[in-house]
Design a protein. Structure first.
Length: 627
């Protein structure tokens, strides 16, 4: 089997599974689960063969021609696509295994696993796409899959509202992405990434900056950056395996992957905008997490914050290169891509672990998700507690765990670029340690505070096995980057970055924020507390964080008071001015003229006499000068 045939088989395997489930086995849950799990296993095996046994390649075939535009179906396998393919295949398989236990007893399991297969197809196609059109097609399919999975519990109004919110917000970002593709074709005459890289000039321009920022709009939507972050916390209405697969490890990472894939399009002005959006997102989500009580919602804001770190890392690599006078399209972009993808990979492991761990908690406590109604789970759910603890330590940057190394790489770039950015990202890292310690102590330590937590129990092997595997990845994931020969998906630039200038400052700063944030969180949120320290001591500040800095409220006000009223105004203009006057008005004049004309021809002698007399009187009045 050739390399392109292997890639095509990898792509079509989950699609075949989704089609078979959707057409033939919509009511046979056992068969659907077997098909979906088999497809996920095949994806992992085929991806392993592509990653470790296949050199980089590009393959494409002509799909259709529209004027001068020729669209190809193609594959691009390089270190970047190999890295994301590793995450998609491995995390996807573990989520499938976890779902076997978590979704047991649920209705419509066949539909759930069919949607999982559709998502795996969409994400695999996005990973291997070699031009902007194919990226956009699979980008939209990923959005469709997300909509279907968030809306799985469609009988719940909150799930329906969350799915619509996710769909609409992402369409706003995707509209900018589509405009960027159109502008790129107008500017370069091609949509193939390799051809664009060959044609783009070395001097930045307004057009190049516009293309970069428009394409970035897509990443803002998918990766939950300000101001399009509002959909991601509400997406927790979907089943927990969906949260782990889509909203922690793969779909939200697609925006970071997109930035890295189109890195050659970036200009200094665009990178500056991208940097500050990433930094602002990291800090906003960190503060907002302090005001949340729901276990999955806290993890959702943590995801948004870490995605902000990745976006900032991407921009920082190139901006550091600009400061040093290096070629932005080579060394600078490489550094940013390495740091962003490094954190993307480690984050996929420990955040998937945390989300699946929260699913284990919900499953074992009969869906009790309020951290202030949990407690005492460390003894009742020891495996979940141990693995969740390792995931938390990896997330907060505990030395020697995966998150420590990847966050260290980002802080190194920030230190090299600006003391202000370095300080702000350190604050973001401190907030991460603080709110995750709050979650950990409140939910797992102390005594049970509800019937669900009091009767908590450990889950079965299908749920625990993925937790253990992901916990191992969360511990050892960082070390793998020091052995690029063993993992061909690892960019060697990440290792160079970790040994470069600023490593000591980043390591000291990162470790200090971990220690101080964790210690302060443990002191303020002691085990067994039934009330929130911030809510008691600083209620106005807590309310600000609880209300998500009122950004969602501002959106609601805008939609209800501005957009809806403007839509009603346009509706009235359409009905009264256009339909009523312009269209119906003209027809009304003609109709009245016809009505008057018909009145002259009634066939009645009396009517004709009256018209005759009226005409005679009118003529007399005109002749006599009365009129």
């Amino acid at each position: 089997m050739s390399d392109s045939q292997l890639a095509l088989t990898l792509l079509l395997t989950p699609l075949v599974s989704a089609v078979l489930i959707g057409v033939f086995f919509r009511k046979q849950a056992a068969i659907a689960k077997a098909l979906s799990l088999t497809a996920a296993t095949a994806i992992a095996l085929l991806a392993g063969q592509l990653i470790f046994g296949t050199p980089d390649f590009t393959a494409k075939m002509e799909w259709l021609t529209i004027g001068k535009l020729t669209i190809h179906l193609g594959f691009l396998l390089d270190p970047l696509s190999k890295l994301l393919l590793t995450v998609v295949a491995l995390v996807g398989l573990l989520v499938h295994v976890f779902s076997l236990g978590y979704m047991k007893g649920e209705e419509n399991q066949a539909r759930f696993f069919g949607c999982l297969s559709l998502f795996m197809f969409s994400m695999t196609g996005l990973t291997l796409a070699d031009d902007l059109i194919m990226l956009f097609i699979f980008w939209e399919l990923v959005g469709l899959s997300s909509f279907l999975l968030i809306n799985f519990y469609f009988e719940k109004p909150s799930a329906v509202a969350a799915s619509k919110k996710a769909f609409i917000v992402n369409r706003l970002g995707d509209f900018g992405f589509l405009l960027g593709i159109i502008l790129a074709y107008w500017a370069f005459g091609t949509i193939t990434l390799a051809d664009i890289a060959a044609k783009i000039g070395t001097e930045p321009s307004v057009v190049a900056t516009s293309i970069a920022l428009l394409i970035f709009c897509g990443a803002v939507g998918k990766s939950g950056q300000l101001p399009f972050h509002v959909w991601l916390p509400d997406a927790m209405e979907g089943p927990t395996p969906v949260s782990a697969l889509i909203h922690a490890a793969t779909m939200v990472a697609a925006g970071i992957f997109l930035l890295c894939r189109v890195s050659v399009l970036m200009t200094g002005d665009a990178l500056t905008v991208i940097l500050w959006i990433g930094v602002a997102t990291a800090l906003f989500a960190g503060f907002t997490a302090l005001g949340q009580r729901d276990l999955k919602r806290i993890l959702a804001y943590s995801t948004i914050s870490q995605l902000g770190f990745m976006v900032a890392a991407f921009a920082l690599g190139s901006l550091v290169a600009l400061q040093s006078g290096a070629d932005v399209s080579l060394a600078g972009i490489t550094g940013g891509v390495a740091a962003a993808m490094f954190h993307l990979t480690t984050h996929a492991f420990f955040k998937a672990l945390l989300f699946l761990g929260s699913g284990s908690v919900l499953h074992g406590t009969h869906h009790e998700g309020d951290i202030y109604r949990l407690g005492g789970l460390a003894k009742k759910m020891p495996v979940t507690f141990a693995t969740f603890t390792l995931g938390t330590l990896a997330l907060v940057g505990c030395p020697l765990l995966a998150g420590f190394y990847s966050k260290d790489a980002i802080l190194i770039l920030a230190y090299q670029y600006s003391p202000v950015v370095f300080g702000l990202l350190l604050l973001g890292a401190f907030l991460t340690a603080f709110y995750m310690t709050r979650l950990w102590t409140t939910a797992f330590l102390g005594k049970a505070r509800s019937e669900g937590s009091d009767h908590a129990h450990e889950c079965g092997p299908f749920i625990l096995l993925p937790l253990i595997v992901l916990a191992i990845g969360s511990v050892l994931g960082g070390f793998a980057w020091f052995y690029p020969e063993a993992l061909r998906v690892v960019p060697t630039e990440a290792l160079a970055l970790l040994k470069g200038d600023g490593h000591t400052a980043a390591m000291v700063g990162g470790t200090a924020t971990f220690v101080i944030g964790s210690a302060l969180g443990f002191l303020l949120y002691r085990p067994g507390s039934s009330s929130d320290f911030l809510q008691v001591k600083l209620p106005l500040v807590y309310q600000l964080f609880e209300k998500r800095l009122y950004i969602d409220t501002l959106y609601d006000w805008y939609v209800a008071k501005v957009q809806q009223r403007f839509a009603l105004l346009l509706n009235y203009i359409d009905l009264i001015v256009l339909s009523g006057i312009v269209v119906r008005g003209t027809a009304g004049v003609v109709g009245l003229f016809g009505l008057a004309t018909r009145a002259l021809h009634t066939g009645s002698l009396h009517t004709y006499v009256y018209w005759f007399l009226g005409g005679a009187v009118l003529l007399w009045a005109i002749a006599s000068g009365v009129l």
